[in-house]
Design a protein around this ligand. Structure first.
Ligand code: NAD
Ligand code: 2HG
Length: 530
C-alpha cells in the first residue's frame, strides 16, 4: 500500500521530519509559489505550513485527498478554516509553541524602541558617533499598556513586571480575576492610551482589531508613547503610525508584523525612531522545534484517524483509553443505522451506558455521526464535518450517558427517527482482550453476534420451519453463512435473524431471500472499508 503523502510547504525544523517518522512519503514544495502549491497539494494527505502559504478555499478544493492542514505556529489567518471544515479537513496548529519567543521579541522591541537600538546600530556602522541623538528612556516605573491579555500578552506582563513597569491592560474577553493574577489593572482602551508610555498589542487579527490603533488613538495617547506590534500586521495602522511618529506625537515604534508581507514602500522604514523586524516573533530554534514536533505528532494522529487535541475545527481533546475501542464500534453502528433507514434520518441519539459513561465520550457521538453519513455523502466524511453535515440536514443530535449497563461493561446504543416516522435502534459492545465488536440489539431484539463486515437482517413472523426456509433461500442464492443469531420478540410473534455472511449481498438478492420468508423488514449491511 502506498504511504500517505505529507507535503511540507515551508522551511520547518529538522525535528519535524524526525517526529513524523517513517510511515509517510515526505514531499517538499514551495508554498508561497501559488502554481507549485496548487499542483503539489492535489494528492497530499497532509500539508504542513507556516505563515507564507495561503491554504485557502481554492487550494483546499484542489486537494483531492487532504485530511489535515497543520500550521506550525499559532495564527491561522493563512488557512481558510471554514472551507477546510466543509471539506472534512482537520486543521491543527501549535498554539503554545512560539509564545515565549513572541513575548521575548516583544520585550526586545520595547527595549529597542526605548533605547534607539536600530538607529544607533545603523548610525555607528555608518561611521557616526551620535551619543546625544540616541538618548532614550528607562522602562523602570514606566507604564506598559497591554492590549490583548491572552497567552503572549500574559507572558509579556510577567517579563515587564521584572523591569519594574506598571501594567495596565485592555481585553474585553477576560475576567478581572485573570488580569489581577497577571498583575495587570484592567482599563478601557482610551484609559490605557491616556496613561501608557509603551503600548503593545497581542490580539488576533479580526475585523474588530484591524486598524484598532490608528490616527484617533495616537492623538488620544500619552505624548511620546511608543507602540509595539508583534501580533498581526494592520492591527496598528502603519500609515497612521508613520504620520504620528513623523509629527512627533508618537515617540517610537517596534513593528514585527506587516499588513502586507513583505511590506511594500512603508514610510516606517524611513524613520529613525521605528525599529522593524521581518516577522521574526517565532523565528527561534526553540519555537520552530516545538512547533514542528507538535504538528508532526498531530499529523500522525490525524492520519491514523484519531482525534487531535490541537485540532481547531473539531471538538476533541484527550480520549480516555477505555473510550478508544468504542470509537470504531460507534462508527460501524452508525453505518448499520444508515443501512436500516428507509428514509432520511431526522433525529439521532447516541447513548453510552456502562463504565465509560463518566468519561468524556463526546468522540463516540462524532464517530457515530461519521458512520451515519459515510455511505451516503460522496465527499469525505470526517470527525470535522460530520456535525456540520448533521446541522445542514437539520438532524437533531443527542448524546446521553448512563453508568448503568445490565449485561456488558459498556454498550453504545444508537437510535434514529426518520422523516417517514421509522424508528431504528442498534446497540453494540466491544468484548475481550481482542476487542471483538458485537451487535447486541437491533430494533428491540436482543442478540450477541460479531459485528462482521457483511450482515443480513430479516424480521418475519416466527413459525415452525422458518429457519430452514431462510437457510434454503440463502443457499439457493449461493450465500455462505458464517454465523447466525435468532432473537424472538418479547412482545409479539415476530423474530429477527441476523446472519454474518462471507461477502456483500446485492439488494436484489436480499429482496429475493426476504420474499421467500415473507419478511416484514430486511436489510443487507455492508461495512467494508472501501
Ligand atoms: N510575531 C509573531 O511571529 C507571532 C508569534 C506568535 C503569535 N503571534 C500573534 O500574536 C497574537 C496573540 O497570540 P496569543 O497566542 O497570545 O493569542 P491568544 O488567543 O492567547 O490571546 C489573544 C487575546 O486577545 C484578546 N482579544 C481579542 N479581541 C480583542 C479586542 N478587540 N480587544 C482587546 N483584546 C482582544 C482575546 O480576548 C485574547 O485574550 C496573535 O495575533 C498571534 O497570531 C505572532
Ligand atoms: O514564523 C511563522 O511561522 C509565523 C509565526 C507566528 O506569526 C504565528 O502565528 O505562529
Amino acid at each position: 500500500m502506498p504511504k500517505p503523502i505529507v507535503l511540507i510547504a515551508e522551511i520547518l525544523s529538522p525535528a519535524t521530519i524526525d517526529a513524523l517518522g517513517g510511515d509517510f512519503e515526505i514531499r517538499q514544495t514551495e508554498g508561497a509559489d501559488r502554481s507549485q502549491l496548487l499542483n503539489d497539494i492535489v494528492d497530499a494527505d497532509a500539508i504542513l505550513v507556516r505563515s507564507a502559504t495561503q491554504v485557502d478555499a481554492e487550494a483546499i478544493a484542489a486537494a483531492k485527498k487532504l485530511q489535515v492542514i497543520a500550521r506550525a505556529g499559532v495564527g491561522l489567518d493563512n488557512v481558510d478554516v471554514p472551507a477546510a471544515t466543509s471539506a472534512g479537513v482537520m486543521v491543527v496548529n501549535a498554539p503554545t509553541s512560539n509564545i515565549t519567543s513572541a513575548a521575548e521579541l516583544t520585550m526586545a522591541h520595547i527595549l529597542g524602541s526605548a533605547r534607539y537600538f536600530g538607529a544607533g546600530n545603523t548610525s555607528l556602522k555608518a561611521g557616526e558617533w551620535n551619543r546625544k541623538k540616541y538618548t532614550g528612556v528607562e522602562l523602570y516605573e514606566k507604564t506598559l499598556g497591554i492590549v490583548g491579555l491572552g497567552r503572549i500578552g500574559g507572558l509579556v506582563a510577567e517579563r515587564a513586571k521584572a523591569f519594574g513597569m506598571r501594567l495596565v491592560g485592555y481585553d474585553p474577553y477576560i475576567t478581572q480575576a485573570r488580569a489581577a493574577q497577571m498583575g495587570v489593572e484592567v482599563v478601557d482602551l482610551p484609559g490605557l492610551l491616556a496613561v501608557s508610555d509603551f503600548v503593545t498589542v497581542h490580539m488576533p487579527k479580526t475585523p474588530e482589531t484591524t486598524g484598532m490603533i490608528s490616527t484617533e488613538e495616537f492623538k488620544a495617547a500619552k505624548p511620546g508613547a511608543r507602540f509595539i506590534n508583534v501580533a498581526r500586521g494592520g492591527i496598528i495602522d502603519e500609515e497612521a503610525l508613520a504620520e504620528a511618529v513623523a509629527a512627533g506625537e508618537v515617540g517610537g515604534a517596534g513593528i514585527d508584523v506587516w499588513s502586507t508581507e513583505p511590506p511594500e514602500h512603508s514610510a516606517l522604514m524611513e524613520l529613525d525612531a521605528v525599529n522593524v523586524t521581518p516577522h521574526l516573533g517565532a523565528s527561534t530554534a526553540e519555537a520552530q522545534e516545538k512547533a514542528g514536533v507538535a504538528v508532526a505528532k498531530s499529523v500522525r494522529k490525524a492520519l491514523a484517524g484519531e482525534l487531535v487535541p490541537d485540532a481547531v475545527n473539531v471538538a476533541g481533546g484527550a480520549i480516555h483509553e477505555d473510550v478508544r475501542p468504542g470509537i470504531p464500534l460507534a462508527e460501524r453502528l452508525g453505518r448499520v443505522v444508515n443501512s436500516l433507514a428507509d428514509s432520511s434520518v431526522t433525529h439521532f441519539k447516541v447513548e453510552v451506558n456502562g463504565e465509560i459513561a463518566d468519561k468524556d465520550v463526546s468522540v463516540l457521538k462524532l464517530s457515530a455521526l461519521k458512520g451515519l453519513f459515510r455511505d451516503v455523502v460522496s465527499d469525505q466524511v470526517s470527525y470535522v464535518n460530520a456535525p456540520l453535515l448533521a446541522e445542514e440536514r437539520g438532524i437533531g443530535v443527542e448524546l446521553v450517558t448512563d453508568p448503568y449497563c445490565e449485561s456488558f461493561r459498556n454498550v453504545t446504543r444508537l437510535t434514529a427517527t426518520t422523516s417517514e416516522g421509522q424508528r431504528i435502534s442498534v446497540s453494540g459492545t466491544v468484548t475481550g482482550p481482542k476487542l471483538v465488536q458485537k451487535l447486541t440489539e437491533v430494533n428491540g431484539f436482543d442478540l450477541e453476534i460479531e459485528l462482521t463486515d457483511n450482515l443480513l437482517i430479516f424480521r418475519y413472523e416466527d413459525r415452525p420451519g422458518i429457519i430452514g426456509q431462510l437457510g434454503q433461500a440463502l443457499g439457493a442464492n449461493e450465500i455462505n453463512i458464517a454465523g447466525m443469531q435468532v432473537s424472538p420478540s418479547a412482545t409479539d410473534n415476530d423474530a429477527l435473524s441476523v446472519l454474518a455472511v462471507d461477502s456483500a449481498v446485492s439488494e436484489e438478492v436480499v429482496k429475493a431471500v426476504a420474499g421467500a420468508v415473507n419478511a416484514s423488514a430486511f436489510s443487507g449491511v455492508s461495512l467494508n472499508e472501501d
